[in-house]
Design a binder for this molecule. Structure first.
Ligand code: WTA
Length: 664
């Protein structure tokens, strides 16, 4: 393996709260440590990670082989022969040492109702839930669907599954019944965990009735466990449904953890790819826990012994919630926040009230929230004491420099480290990021690779590695890291084709990126048909297959267009079947929006649906999305080469229809 290229990390003024003064801890890493450790992690990988693997994880049986396999054959494995239990590592070891340390702060939808759960209480809750799952017949290797809003039981459910060796598959509670049905069937779950209702932004969400609708077509599901959140009216099927609190209270307060192989799957999480069918990304127990533990500690400079209180504002339904609400923090024995509400409920001060009230030390959110709050005015953030914060982070999409500065100035008060963290569902944990106290940042750049990550930029056509600085290409990773996904559930071939065969011998991220003159990495966004709306990852193909189910739709093409707040929004161009008759375009587009909401979920609803007579196609019939993207965002001065279009006049028609739509 070629030697690591060590990024030239420039000297800089470390932000004042990272200097180890005023009772604040000194950071784990500085520029020199990064410079010496990074090449070790790439060139002496086994030694480097072998040592850390012993430190970060409590093993039932120690591992012998640090890593084996590779991207060529898609057989990556880490910490083989080792045996461990994820829940034991996240809960028991802290409950034994620090029983009264707060594990979870639950900040409910309505302000003023926060609750704290200690590690010893968490151990009891996880044990009882684990025993309850066992009494329902759940065994090691079985899959459990978790369809829960942001309540402590979401964390407890995941750990309860892990405790007995069951594989959890969380479905974001904003997904529709159809999406939930497809995921439940794909992973063959027999148990679903949900709530009577969810509560978000003062509104109730009918989670249980969505589950009821989904399960009409899920023959394998035998039980639904229902957490009582609101006490709202729900249908209870006596044979199938069980109240969480009743079932758990019957169980013993200790459940012995199942000893698992390092490579046993910990969870499946569905994510969007470039085809319509979501992929069940599978993560392995040890490598994933290791990756989340190590990144949490160093990227956020977490010090559990100093009483750090870490807050990630994501939802547990996405990978960010898995890694940085649940596993990363709990693997470090730190306090983690479970936030049920939105950044603007009941007012745009909500985040800052929480930081102040709970004296949070790290705060991690998405650029879309930062942009939204920036737009709503500085006064909401200015009036709060945010001096407990040391590190503020961003994830999910590129952060534009304006939002970065606003975050740094108003939230970090220019005294905190700010980390723009780049990673993805398939990476399990953060890949490219500044490290507090070690990295001089540039607004909008994710900067440098984390330990063990060897990024390369490839020429998209030739696949050749673009050496040196001042280059732009597609981003791939040259060697396996511990938390990389191991497969796609039930479809290893698709896993190989998507990630390992696009550029042979590399892990392909799906993103474009540039390395600037100073060696800093800038993520440019997806180069495939994945779009990112408010940090939600969606595939255009998935939305297209929802639209096409409408009886009137002949063809459709969905594109992402830039948006100031949400990063991207969705525009759909639709052609209709000639025989289809309808009253008005307005009524029809409403129906189509409903179709997408019903099929995927409200967050996937297109902002624009434009009915056209034809789509721009090449002579061989391929839709030219590039042109649609430009038309949708009115960027039509330079449409480039149109010679391959079968019928160039279609572009004027599409421009006209887009203008007409936007004038409405
Ligand atoms: C994008 C979210 C720029 C990227 C953790 C990636 C980012 C996709 C960043 C994964 C960042 C994530 N800068 N782009 N800091 N972080 N992305 O699977 O396009 O929901 O491929 O995981 O989000 O989205 P996913």
């Amino acid at each position: 393996m070629a030697e690591a290229e060590v990024p030239e990390v420039p000297a800089f003024d470390v932000p004042s709260r990272l200097l180890g003064k005023d009772g604040r801890p000194a950071p784990h890493v500085n520029a020199d440590k990064y410079k010496s450790d990074y090449p070790q992690s790439i060139d002496n990988t086994d030694e480097f990670f072998g040592k850390l693997g012993k430190e970060l994880i409590d093993w039932d049986v120690p591992f012998k082989t640090v890593r084996s396999g590779g991207f060529e054959n898609g057989d990556v494995a880490w910490f083989n022969e080792g045996r461990l239990n994820a829940a034991y590592n996240c809960v028991d070891r802290w409950a034994h040492k620090y029983p009264d340390r707060v594990a979870i702060i639950y900040e409910a939808d309505e302000p003023g109702q926060a609750q704290e759960i200690t590690y010893s209480q968490l151990l009891v809750q996880v044990s009882q839930a684990a025993n309850m799952l066992k009494s329902l017949g759940v065994r090691k290797g079985d899959t459990v669907i978790v369809y829960l809003p942001m309540i402590p039981e979401a964390v407890v459910s995941l750990l309860a599954c892990a405790r007995i060796g069951a594989i959890h598959s969380v479905v974001f509670a904003g997904f529709s019944a159809d999406s939930l049905r497809d995921r439940t069937n794909d992973c063959g779950a027999r148990v679903v965990i949900t709530t009577d209702e969810g509560k978000r932004g003062g509104r109730n969400i009918a989670t249980k009735s969505i589950v009821d609708a989904a399960l009409k077509e899920c023959d394998k599901v035998e039980h639904v466990v229902v957490v009582k959140r609101t006490g709202g009216q729900v249908n209870i099927d006596e044979k199938r449904d069980i109240w969480w609190h009743e079932a758990c209270s019957r169980e013993r307060a200790y459940c012995p953890p199942e000893s698992m192989s390092a490579e046993d799957p910990l969870f499946i999480l569905y994510t969007s790819g470039s085809t319509g069918k979501p992929k069940g990304v599978v993560h392995a127990t040890a490598g994933y826990l290791f990756g989340t533990a190590l990144t949490l500690r160093h990227v956020f400079d977490v010090h559990p012994d100093k009483g750090d209180r870490f807050a990630c504002m994501a939802d547990v339904g996405w990978i960010t919630g898995h890694s940085y609400i649940v596993y990363g923090p709990l693997m470090n024995g730190v306090t983690t926040l479970v936030f049920e509400s939105t950044p603007v409920y009941p007012s745009p001060s909500r985040y800052w009230e929480i930081v102040d009230q709970h004296k949070l030390t790290q705060f991690y959110t998405a650029p879309t929230s930062i942009r939204l709050l920036r737009r709503l005015g500085d006064e909401h953030v200015k009036k709060h004491d945010l001096s407990s914060l040391r590190v503020i982070g961003s994830v999910g999409e590129p952060i534009n420099p304006e939002a970065w500065h606003w975050y740094n100035d108003n939230v970090g008060r220019k005294e905190c480290a700010i980390v723009d963290t780049y990673w993805m569902t398939e990476s399990g944990s953060i890949m490219i990021t500044p490290l507090p106290g070690a990295t001089k940042t540039k607004p909008g750049s994710a900067t440098f690779p984390f330990w063990g990550i060897k990024p390369v930029l490839l020429d998209p056509t030739s696949g050749e590695v673009l050496e040196g600085n001042n280059v732009e290409g597609v981003l791939a990773i040259a060697q396996p890291w511990p938390s990389v996904a191991r497969t796609i559930f039930g479809d290893h071939q698709r896993f190989l084709d998507t990630y390992m065969r696009a550029y042979k011998g590399y892990f392909f991220t799906g993103d474009g990126a540039a390395r600037d003159k100073d060696g800093y990495i800038w993520i440019k966004g997806r180069v495939d048909d994945v779009i990112n709306v408010s940090g939600h990852r969606l595939s255009t193909a998935e939305i297209e297959s929802a639209l096409i189910q409408h009886p009137g739709v002949a063809e459709t093409a969905v594109v992402g267009i830039p948006d100031e707040v949400t990063g991207q929004t969705i525009a759909a161009y639709v052609t209709l079947k000639p025989e289809f008759s309808y009253d008005s375009e307005e009524a029809l587009t409403k129906e189509l929006v409903i179709q997408v909401r019903r099929n995927i979920g409200p967050f996937a609803a297109p902002k624009k649906i434009i009915i056209v007579s034809d789509l721009p196609k090449t002579r061989s019939g391929k839709i030219m999305r590039r042109l649609l993207r430009k038309c949708a965002s009115h960027d039509t001065d330079n449409l480039g080469d149109l010679s391959s279009l079968a019928d160039p006049s279609v572009i004027d028609h599409i421009k006209e229809k887009t203008n007409a739509f936007d004038k409405k």
